[in-house]
Design a protein around this ligand. Structure first.
Ligand code: SAM
Length: 209
């Protein structure tokens, strides 16, 4: 609770000087006044029979900021936010890194709301897809952000198969585990710590060989 409060204050001080972001973040918050993303996700996964293996969580924006600096994300990058949730991280990336960002999530309610915010907020360099990230088209991808701490090994192996078609040098940022634990098609360029709702954890910058 205290940590969430500190993060909210940090967000206001560090990012609310950008009026476009204030507008997007407010529009997004309004989408979840009646039902929180946590409840929406729980309901969706219960219907799919997956509620026992997975819990929704968000990357604190201050941690995303650290990630963008440590991984040297640039405005020329095309970043895929794999499992974008509400799209807050995707919207932050496009606003502050000034890159093209594509949020992909299989939960249709998240994407419907994110698209509404994108349209009303006139965020032109961002788009959202209601798709399974195993099937999404990775055209032009230079960076993939995967905050998938609850993904099963089977799913990570399938994702790695997808990543094999990516050009050499593509960055894949993972939280908790490096892709080198699963495949020799990647090398870890950097490892650093970041704060998440459950505490500090390792973040890996994996590079496609
Ligand atoms: C931990 S949340 C991360 C949200 C956001 N990227 C962030 O960092 O704040 C993971 C998201 O992945 C989505 N997800 C899980 N499996 C997926 C799949 N196979 N295809 C697309 N989205 C998926 C979930 O619906 C959830 O919204």
């Amino acid at each position: 609770m205290i940590l969430r409060l500190i993060e909210s204050v940090r967000v206001v001080f560090c990012y609310y000087h950008n009026i476009q972001f204030v507008w997007l973040d407010t529009l997004l918050a309004c989408q979840y006044l009646l039902k929180s993303p946590y409840r929406i996700s729980k309901h969706f996964l219960k219907k799919r029979g997956e509620s026992n293996i997975y819990a929704y969580g968000q990357t604190p924006l201050s941690t995303l900021d650290r990630i963008s600096k440590e991984c040297r994300l640039l405005s020329k990058d095309v970043i895929y936010d794999f499992g974008c949730g509400t799209g807050r991280t995707t919207l932050w990336l496009t606003t502050f890194v000034r890159c093209r960002a594509i949020g992909v999530d299989f939960l249709p309610t998240f994407i419907k709301k994110a698209k509404r915010v994108q349209r009303v907020g006139k965020a032109h360099r961002v788009s959202f897809r209601a798709e399974d990230f195993l099937e999404t088209d990775l055209k032009d991808a230079t960076v993939i952000y995967l905050y998938g701490t609850c993904l099963e090994d089977k799913m990570i192996h399938k994702l790695i198969q997808r990543f094999m078609s990516l050009p050499r040098g593509t960055k894949v940022i993972t939280v908790t585990y490096p892709l080198t634990d699963y495949s020799d098609g990647f090398s870890v360029e950097k490892q650093f710590k970041g704060r998440f709702p459950w505490g500090k954890t390792d973040i890996y910058l994996n590079i496609k060989n």
